[in-house]
Design a protein around this ligand. Sequence first.
Ligand code: GCU
Ligand code: CA
Length: 536
Amino acid sequence: MKKQLNSDTDPYVDYYPDRHRVYQFGWSGTGWHHLDKAGAPIADWAHNERGDYTGGHGVNASRTDAGQSLFLKSVGTTQPTTTQPPSPARYEAETAVCQGTVDSDHVGYTGTGFCNTTNAAGAYVEWTVTAAAAGAHTLTFRYANGSTGRPADVSVNGGVVADDLAFPSTGAWTTWRTVTTTATLTAGSNKIRVTASTAGGTANLDNLVITAAASPSDVVDVSTSDQLRSALANARPGRTIRMAAGTYRGSFLSRKAGTASAPITLTGPRNAVLINDGPSGTAPSCPAPTAGWDTGYGLWLFDAPYWNLTGFTVAESKKGIVLDNSHHVTIDSVHVHHTEEEGVHFRRSSADGVLKRSRIEQIGLVKPGYGEGVYIGSANSNWGCLGNSGGMDRSDRVQVLDNHLGPNVAAEHIDIKEGTQGGVIRGNTFDGRGLSGQNSADSWIDAKGNNYVIEQNRGTFTGPGTFVNGYETHNPITGYGCGNIWRSNTSDLGGVGNYAVYVSSTSKCSSAPNKVYASNTVSNARTGLTNIPVTP
Ligand code: GCU
Ligand code: CA
């Protein structure tokens, strides 16, 4: 489709340039989904037209069609058959059965008024609500009570779920508060009644909000490639996708977002192995999920923040694990090996990621110069594709902790790209055997970002391989490759490496110098710990 990007007078430009993709508005892939911005439902389409609602914000873009027309012959495999009300859903008392009067004389209510029941025991308000699925729900009643306590029984479909639920005084008829209780609702329509227990009637009732309780265990077990592919496509916040041991071949992609409080987990034992024999098809000019193109990546999260990836193995793929615009992804205890290019890539501003307790080896088998173990950000030459709207790939604050890298990681064990900042590289082991020397891959780490803390790592080098320094800084663009610090690292340069930490320019970082602390140690160096003055 075409779209004006910034103002109403802009030209219409191609947006979502994939003409085979189907954009379903108000659909999450499994259910009704209100269009939202950062999780907050938009109130109105007006002034919100320019938002991007794909990636879990109410526009499902996971399906493609062979046709290139708005008038499609088919739309994938599953049709949305029902629409469901959003959860939470708010039901006003003025639209419920109100044994009394609907009043509006006390300000602060929502909707057009509230229910003032007759002052008598047995007077009630009854809502008819719709639950998307059977199960536990929270019922939140908004009320005001300028009198003393007005207890009431809450019933669902005739059965009492809360006996004499307290509606204490709020101090004034214009002061509105909520009380909650939980109840099991059936799928579809439910009648929820609040019946006065005492002669005063109920408090004035304003509305009822129904929230489906998070399902206590939302676990999807998979044991075949097709099941895994479908589970990734249909993931939702809070869900755990649990892989059985076995080999999963093919292209594995998710575009589903978790949330901070309900991340999505993909987990499996070490002998659950993802293998992608691709790539195949024609790649678009910038990497994005495209019908007919298999990236060859072992696992790809695209616009999919808040995931946990734990335990499993990715092997024999073009690249290992690639995150694009997928922030807050934690990768724990995985094994990535035998890839043609890089092992784990935090890309397209995938900030706040963590890679820990993982093993990465035999990387860059086909393109040694692109065989980084861990790749944070993108080279500035690729920002046209992989940069964010401000231009850079800001895969910031990535933490690489307690991993074992090497041997035979052909390029840098960790390549910290210009444009990124604030990461932590701690507690890792670098086994430099097999560093290729291609594309200047002759150190465990190239530090081209800013303000990284690199500490408590242990590096070694023995041949075969090309090794010049343990760690190097570079300044490919002005203002980057600065302010990084090295503390308490142990470096054994095997009689081959010059310095543990080689700082290529101090003048380019005069306002934010790189610092190498005296707590670092070096052994078997040809020259020493570092080429700059050591910070005490
Ligand atoms: C007052 C108040 C009503 C309330 C009633 C009551 O009349 O204005 O809104 O319902 O007291 O005690 O129930
Ligand atoms: Ca009343």
